[in-house]
Ligand binder design. Structure first.
Ligand SMILES: [Zn+2]
Length: 280
């Protein structure tokens, strides 16, 4: 597959889920081979932070990238959309510290990329393949990845709270399946977590339009798009974190109670053992 960038500049804006800072974001065509690079336009330079595993700085409730004392928080929903749609080279300019949360799903970023018009440009996409199975555990999250001809995910959640309970989503990942099965799945949080997380500097931008607010037994702010929307969202988050490999991936991945910290640990393990080729 040739590498892809976009045809035209598009923009969006909104508050970040954790910082609460209203940030404008522009997607701009990238140079062949640059990968996805975040650019903090609100600072002189401007500093450029590649979407790479080496730049991951924080993983509590989101994935954040850091360069010196500058960060870009909550990159995973945008990166999942880029990876699923096969956009490899992109400059993501921001005038603040966090990617806007928008409706809490991946769909606004898919729509933005569609409006930007993906287009092939020089270079071939890198492809990572596993030489054998790998297993990773991080806290309550555990993963197994096996060699496979195509990328497949199986994600299981296990919550004591009956509103989620145990649910599993399994699918082969393609641009089509991402659009159909995952892109509209929203992030979620429990009312009881809101104040403790805010006290730790997170969720300052949480609002009723930016994801699903839950109590033990019900969704407090609307209807689910699917009964297993929670597992679907976590599958999308996993894709966003695996995008930090900066390559396509041939693997069948089983994730049990995934977290961003676990996802990044899995991506690091895969990056260490993978064999890379150029996608035909
Ligand atoms: Zn998410």
């Amino acid at each position: 597959m040739p590498r892809q960038t976009i045809q035209r500049i598009v923009e969006t804006a909104g508050p970040g889920l954790h910082s609460g800072v209203v940030t404008r974001l522009w997607l701009e065509p990238g140079q062949p081979g640059q990968g996805i690079v975040f650019e903090r336009r609100d600072h002189p330079g401007p500093p450029r932070i590649p979407a790479a595993l080496a730049r991951v700085a924080a993983t509590e409730r989101r994935t954040s990238l850091q360069l010196d004392d500058l960060e870009v928080q909550t990159v995973e929903h945008l990166l999942a959309a880029c990876w699923a749609l096969g956009v490899d080279d992109l400059t993501v300019a921001l005038d603040g510290p966090e990617v806007p949360i928008l409706d809490g799903s991946f769909a606004p970023f898919v729509a933005l990329l569609d409006a930007a018009g993906p287009r092939p440009h020089p270079g071939r996409r890198r492809l990572a393949a596993l030489p054998g199975p790998v297993e990773v555990t991080a806290g309550e999250a555990s993963y197994r990845a096996e060699p496979s001809e195509q990328l497949q995910l199986r994600v299981t959640l296990e919550y004591l709270e009956p509103v989620i309970g145990q649910q599993t989503v399994a699918l082969p990942v393609t641009a089509e399946s991402f659009r159909r099965e995952l892109q509209s799945a929203r992030t979620y949080g429990f009312e009881t977590e809101l104040i403790p997380l805010r006290n730790r500097g997170l969720l300052a931008g949480a609002s009723l339009g930016a994801g699903l607010l839950l109590d033990q037994t019900s969704v407090r702010n609307g209807q689910l798009h699917w009964p297993d929307e929670f597992a679907r969202h976590k599958a999308g988050d996993l894709l966003g974190d695996l995008a930090l490999l900066q390559a396509g991936l041939r693997a069948a991945i089983t994730a049990h109670r995934p977290s961003h910290r676990g996802n990044v640990a899995l991506a690091r393990t895969i990056a260490e053992v993978a064999r890379y080729s150029e996608e035909a």
